[in-house]
Design a protein around this ligand. Structure first.
Ligand code: NAD
Length: 497
């Protein structure tokens, strides 16, 4: 059985008596095991990070940037292997896995520009003979705790910005698909990063708690489900750390009566079912405005959904693959049961789906549920599977209200040809990322990613200038070089301009 080890001080490191099985979701077989670490292992990683961080931060930013450039080239050269490894543990199809790697790589590309991005501010002559300047200094050692659904992209969002800014970084990836994160750390070392700058410790709650309590870890970035995000945010803050903690989502797509329904159906199929719906920016709720829009949309959606091809992750013709674990398959199917019991209409039922030749794989067929209402638990909670729910709104006002009042506020989209409606919607909706005729509005790397409400705890986003802000602290210097003459100020009073 293949063993996935920790990556400490530039080397694979075996430790931990407990292990976690890593599935191949397409075949339903256990393909590897990962060792789960503890506080003693984390101490080792922190000691190594400490040894290297100060010198790394003292290098001029261009030198750090060169490591990022070299890393970018290595990722590109290894794209196919990374994508296949990722797909085999996650279950998403290989081309989609390439997207996972690519969207992380785009943050590395942004981090290549760290000398420009991290320049401070300077005011010449803020008072007579006084200059004020600010600099951004690394926080020291940062840690990232990441979810299973983007095992390449989300680690790169975090360690790309953190290390470029001069920090050492300890990554605790999901125990469900930990191999790609280790591979990224190996490639970062090969790119010229010193041993210990990027380390990977595997584990579950025990390791997460050790990270939250470690006195030498200054900042923690978390992405995962909301209850755990909230827990991480509270416990980390209690220990005096800065914490950003992104949580779950239930993104709505509002369809106005004037929308181009063929385009909407095409967009919705990809956004609701791509990656088996296991994306925090998936679009699992569609909100047609008016019954006529709902009926016209449903008529077009049904054949499009029925035509979806579910396949193993290395089937080049599959639209999507299995979900990540057998437990997750049961969970998604039980949400469909719940929706049925709550009185919603199961229009297309993906329960009990099996793929011929791969009967043990964790597949869930595409599911369409109509007449979902806001009091249903299946609407309030995240399903995180290939399930699209239709919630009908009577007018535009109700369509703005639905996503605005939902507990989650990660992403939302509006489909319309009416610029005024789109503009109103974007400005009024209580959600962090908005798409106008764009179903999955994940911002590019030089903007910034983050949701609202229970989709994110903390006040800084991932990547872009917000990422830099999170991984650095600002120091402001007020300096005066007196010429020796008296300046006539009364030193007992606060100087005012
Ligand atoms: P998860 O919350 O189960 O796990 C996330 C991380 O927390 C993992 O590293 C895991 O080991 C750790 N963890 C699990 N249980 C823990 C516990 N009891 N105490 C401490 N740590 C624990 O999430 P997941 O299933 O891996 O990922 C899917 C979730 O992530 C979905 O809710 C999805 O919406 C969310 N997500 C959000 C974003 C975003 O940016 N908002 C992005 C991707 C995924």
């Amino acid at each position: 059985m293949r063993q996935v080890h920790h990556f400490i001080d530039g080397e694979h490191y075996e430790a931990g008596t407990r292990t976690h099985d890593i599935w191949n979701p397409s075949t339903g077989e256990v393909q590897a095991q990962v060792a789960l670490g503890d506080a003693a292992l984390l101490d080792k990683a922190v000691a190594s990070a400490k040894r290297v961080q100060v010198e790394w931060a003292a290098q001029n930013p261009q030198k750090r940037s060169r490591v990022m450039f070299a890393f970018k080239e290595l990722i590109e050269a290894n794209m196919q292997d990374l994508a296949e490894l990722l797909a085999s543990e996650h279950g998403k199809v290989v081309d989609d896995a390439k997207g996972d790697v690519q969207r992380g790589l785009e943050v590395i590309e942004y981090a290549c520009g760290i000398p420009q991005v991290a320049k401070g501010e300077h005011t010449l002559g803020a008072g007579t003979g006084i200059d004020v300047y600010s600099m951004r200094q690394p926080i020291g050692i940062g840690a990232g705790i990441t979810p299973f659904n983007f095992p390449a992209m989300i680690p790169m969002w975090m360690f790309g910005m953190a290390t470029a800014a001069g920090n050492a970084f300890i990554l605790k990836p999901s125990e469900r698909d930990p191999s790609v994160p280790v591979r990224l750390a190996e490639l970062f070392l090969e790119a010229g990063a010193p041993a210990g700058l990027l380390q990977v410790v595997h584990g579950d709650k025990e390791m997460v708690d050790a990270i939250l309590d470690h006195p030498d870890i200054a900042g923690i970035s978390f992405v995962g489900s909301s209850d755990i995000a909230h827990y991480v945010y509270k416990r980390g803050a209690d220990n005096g750390k800065r914490v950003q903690a992104m949580g779950g989502a239930k993104n709505h797509g509002v369809v106005m009566p004037d929308a181009d329904l063929d385009q909407v159906v095409n967009d919705l199929a990809g956004a609701a079912f791509g990656s088996a719906g296991e994306r925090c920016m998936a679009l699992p709720v569609v909100v047609p405005v008016g019954d006529d829009t709902a009926e016209r949309l449903k008529e077009k959606l049904i054949p499009a959904i029925e035509a979806l091809r579910v396949g193993v992750s290395n089937d080049p013709d599959a639209h999507y693959g299995p979900v990540v674990t057998p437990e997750h398959k049961s969970r998604v199917e039980s949400w469909i049961d719940t929706a049925e019991k709550e009185g919603a209409d199961i229009v297309i039922d993906g329960r009990g789906f099996t793929l011929q030749g791969h009967e043990d794989g964790f597949f869930v067929g595409p599911t369409l549920i109509d007449n979902v209402t806001t009091d249903m638990e299946s609407y309030k909670e995240e399903i995180f599977g290939p399930v699209l729910q239709i919630v009908r709104a009577k007018d535009f006002e109700e369509a703005v209200r639905l996503p605005s009042e939902h507990q989650y506020g990660n992403g939302v989209a509006i489909f319309t040809r009416n610029g005024h409606a789109a503009r109103e919607f974007a400005s009024r909706v209580n959600v962090g990322m908005v798409g106008v005729n764009v179903p999955i509005p994940v911002p590019v790397s030089y903007h910034t990613f983050g949701g609202w409400k229970r989709s994110a705890f903390g006040d800084t986003n991932q990547y872009g200038t917000e990422g830099l802000k999170f991984w650095t602290k600002v120091k402001t210097v007020t300096q005066r070089w007196p010429d020796g003459g008296a300046d006539g100020n009364n030193a007992f009073l606060i100087p005012t301009l």
